[in-house]
Design a protein around this ligand. Structure first.
Ligand SMILES: [Zn+2]
Length: 698
């Protein structure tokens, strides 16, 4: 059946089969004008499919209900994947307009599916008979997940409740989009222009080079520009000896989303927190945090609190020692001021140079982007037998995007990996993994197309791009997510790849970071950009020994954000919330050191407010860190960080398993026991490793 087609709908590029290699989207044929009609036909197609399932006169069966649901919405999935990847990685005004328009429409569409009564009755019938349907374990899991999704969407509510819930979700979708567009606008809007040697005081060569590049891109040749992207602002705060400029840049960075005017996010946050609390109540939970956590590995706010408290106390004590040492350094240099947040990174870098006798500028020439990509691939080869071949000439959405074919040890196609590494004004800040196509076997053997997006500062023309150690770790982190998508081996798309609980999804990514720090990897791939010489053993040892430097600061920065996120979402109801005052009060309550600012302040906390993703969920990184530290210990205990038997279990139960099992069960299957928090405290240097045990990965 054809929808009444307008001319542009008839030939939008999302219709029909893509005859591109590996089914990559034909980017060169896609323009922003195609999205609206493509979304419309995708939505119409899925509405017809859903209606057909709901009114099917046949008795509900797994195939005619659950599998049919899984097969519905193909066009919509395809359009959404391309659209949202571009909205994050290469957006423009036209795409942003479609994004604002589509966010509530898509939320409404999803509501209509998961609040469809006839459909829910069929799912309930199947769920009641689940023991007698002859389902295999994966089908049983998919049925359970669908029932959970329906009930969490409010399928069991009466008409009034459903109506209100639908309004709330649509409004939240609109607000979330506005929130992230406002942050992007504040980031795009800001450039600290450095003019002349005085402004550049203290900045090392790599930062001058990338700042010159950024200035060139903004039409300011001969000058230097610092942007609010982490890989520009952080080294600036680390090296600039101009205290006034540090303060200026720091205020702009931590004030994103809070500058008043059209891009201010405070009112948006207040409304989102209120709506989330109301939504939870409608669904029978005391607060949004209770609602959110009930479908996570953590299960309850108490479990999260317990973990955060366990880490907060030692981290805060450590951070205060660190602040004392920095203040002493300020005095020693004749500074007559109290250490401020914009001083921390600068004096910490000096102290690091003194205590560990190296600086970032010394390491950077050894951390070339291309070599680090190779290192991430090599690690995947050692662990999982994967091979990577760069392909040229495939359609890409920006000339900087690189494409690799991934094959297994026998040369079988595993998937496509896209690497989009450099910052640009059309990209939102941060780093992430996403997909253009996820793995499944329901509609034939479909292999995934996965992308990693970074915001590294591009090296000057003709020179290699050099990374900081943090950048390299981000690269390994996102590549761990990519492997979770690439190695996926399930039948049903609902549970494929990274479609797992938020507090479990960081395990594959954070675990992967451990291999970067191994001498086996760094010793081989950290080679000097000019001489090709490996990093000298002494420097390598220093880098590794310095990893616990200022863990107090890093942990406080992070845990403060996680606690504030939790506080907002533990409010049982909300009326005219003063967001800034609430944030300040929450930080006072935990005794936040005055020299440290939250890693993500509320008005630009996109993890929590650009969508539902990490709302009441920022703790997930730490939760997953308990798992990753404990999981890496499984390798350490064998004496071989590439131990084949351990790697095989890791692939089977974690990287390839999608959401086939509850996270606790999946972890248990891999490790042979439940996770223990000790390895995390040792890893962060808050507790000594027991004698005779290998201490982390040094
Ligand atoms: Zn991650």
């Amino acid at each position: 059946m054809q929808a009444a087609a307008t001319p542009e709908m008839a030939d939008h590029p999302f219709r029909g089969v893509w005859d591109t290699p590996f089914g990559v989207p034909p980017f060169e044929r896609i323009t922003p004008e195609h999205f609206r009609p493509a979304f419309e036909s995708g939505l119409a197609e899925q509405r017809r499919e859903i209606e057909a399932i709901a009114v099917n006169p046949a008795e509900p069966s797994f195939d005619n209900t659950i599998a049919a649901l899984e097969l519905s919405g193909r066009t919509l999935r395809r359009v959404s994947a391309v659209f949202f990847n571009l909205a994050g990685a290469h957006t423009n005004d036209a795409i942003q307009a479609v994004e604002r328009e589509m966010a509530p429409v898509l939320a409404k569409h999803r509501n209509a599916i998961f609040m469809n009564e006839a459909l829910f009755r069929r799912v309930e019938r199947l769920y009641d008979q689940r023991e007698n349907l002859g389902l295999d374990a994966e089908q049983r899991r998919v049925l359970d997940r669908y029932r959970t999704i329906f009930t969490r969407a409010g399928a069991q509510l009466g008409p009034e409740g459903k109506k209100r819930l639908a309004e709330i979700t649509e409004r939240l979708a609109t607000l979330g989009t506005q929130f992230s567009q406002n942050v992007l606008a504040d980031e795009k809007d800001y450039a600290l222009v450095l003019d002349g040697e005085g402004d550049l005081a203290g900045l090392p060569g790599f930062l001058r080079a990338s700042a010159a590049q950024a200035a060139g891109e903004r039409g300011l040749p001969g000058k230097h520009v610092i942007t609010l992207s982490r890989s520009s602002i952080e080294p600036f705060l680390q090296f600039s000896s101009r205290r006034d400029l540090r303060e200026q840049a720091f205020r702009a960075w931590t004030g994103r989303g809070e500058r008043g005017g059209a891009t201010d996010n405070k009112a948006i946050v207040a409304e989102m927190v209120a709506l989330r609390a109301e939504r939870a109540k409608l669904l029978g939970f005391p607060t949004f945090a209770h609602f959110k956590l009930s479908d996570m590995m953590a299960k309850t706010p108490e479990a999260v609190r317990q973990l955060l408290d366990q880490v907060w106390q030692p981290a805060r004590a450590r951070a205060e020692q660190e602040a004392g040492a920095l203040q002493a350094l300020v005095r020693e240099e004749g500074g007559n001021f109290e250490l401020a947040p914009w001083d921390w990174r600068y004096y910490a870098e000096k102290l690091r140079q003194r205590e560990h006798a190296f600086d970032e500028a010394q390491i950077k020439p050894y951390l070339q982007l291309d070599k680090m990509i190779e290192a991430a691939f090599h690690t995947a080869g050692r662990l999982f037998g994967l091979q990577f071949k760069e392909l040229h000439g495939l359609p890409v959405y920006h000339p900087d995007v690189r494409v690799f074919e991934v094959q297994d040890a026998n040369g079988r196609h595993v998937g496509l990996f896209l690497g989009d590494y450099f910052g640009r004004p059309s990209k939102r800040s941060g780093a992430w993994m996403s997909s253009f196509r996820i793995q499944e076997k329901l509609a034939g053997e479909i292999r995934p197309t996965i992308v990693n997006v970074m915001n590294f500062s591009k090296g000057a023309a003709g020179a290699p791009t050099l990374l900081s150690f943090d950048d390299a770790r981000t690269l390994f982190h996102e590549f761990g997510h990519a492997l979770h998508g690439l190695l996926s081996d399930v039948t049903y798309p609902l549970i494929a790849g990274t479609n797992v609980a938020t507090d479990f999804v960081e395990l594959p990514s954070q675990l992967y970071e451990h291999w970067l720090s191994r001498p086996e990897i760094l010793g081989r791939f950290a080679v000097h950009e000019r001489t090709g010489e490996p990093m000298p053993k002494a420097l390598l040892d220093k880098v590794l020994a310095a990893r616990n430097f200022h863990q107090g600061f890093a942990t406080v920065e992070y845990v403060a954000s996680a606690l504030v996120d939790m506080e907002f979402h533990l409010l049982p109801s909300v009326d005219a919330l003063d967001v800034t005052a609430f944030e300040t009060a929450a930080l006072d309550k935990i005794g936040m050191p005055k020299e440290i600012v939250m890693r993500h302040r509320t008005p630009h906390f996109t993890h929590v407010f650009s969508g539902d993703g990490y709302s009441a969920g920022y703790y997930s990184y730490l939760w997953s860190e308990v798992l990753d530290a404990d999981a890496f210990k499984a390798f350490d205990e064998t004496g071989d960080v590439f131990d084949p038997a351990t790697a095989q279990r890791l692939e089977q139960f974690i990287y390839a398993a999608g959401y086939r099992r509850e996270p606790a069960a999946a972890y248990h299957a891999f490790r042979g026991r439940a996770p223990e928090v000790e390895a995390l405290l040792e890893k962060r240097g808050f507790r000594a490793a027991p004698a005779g045990q290998p201490s982390g990965e040094v």
